[in-house]
Design a protein around this ligand. Structure first.
Ligand SMILES: [Zn+2]
Length: 65
C-alpha cells in the first residue's frame, strides 16, 4: 500500500491502487513523485510512504506512525 505525506501542510493521503506489496515488488519502478501533488495545498513536495498492510496504512493516515 502506498501513501503520501505533504511536506508542506502535512496532509496525508492514500495513493495505493489496490496493489499488494508483492505486486509492488514485481515492478520496482521509481515512485512517481514528480506527478504527485497535494490535494490540499497543491504542493509538490510529497513524501511517499510505503506501508506493509492496510492496518499500517490506516495508522499512518490517522497520524499514529
Ligand atoms: Zn499540502
Amino acid at each position: 500500500m502506498l501513501c503520501a505525506e505533504c511536506l508542506r501542510c502535512g496532509r496525508r493521503s492514500i495513493i495505493g491502487r489496490g496493489n499488494t506489496l508483492a505486486d509492488e515488488r514485481e515492478q520496482p519502478t521509481p515512485a512517481p513523485a514528480e506527478r504527485l501533488r497535494c490535494d490540499m495545498c497543491g504542493g509538490r513536495r510529497v513524501r511517499l510512504v510505503r506501508t506493509e498492510s492496510p492496518t499500517a496504512m490506516i495508522a499512518f493516515i490517522a497520524g499514529r506512525t
